[in-house]
Design a protein. Sequence first.
Length: 96
Amino acid sequence: MSFRVLLNKKISSYILSLPRPYQKRIGNPIDKLSENPYPSKIKIVDLSLTNFDIKKCKGHQTRFRARIGEYRLIYQIDESSEQVLVLKLDTRGDVY
């Protein structure tokens, strides 16, 4: 099963404003979410993704937090439409 990852315009422009190495570092895990957005089922094979960590957000059934280095990505899974909605992306101190 393949999911479609949806980014809003604000998050897309934020990623494009980052330096090129950070764009790749954040873009690769976002691409991996389309293959498998659930935390317990993710296998990290690529060494550049070793800091890619996903946990469920407290109080939410379908909302997750992905740790990508110093950045945090908050996303929600919509099973019925097979979509992953990226809600927030920012540094650790600003995302929560």
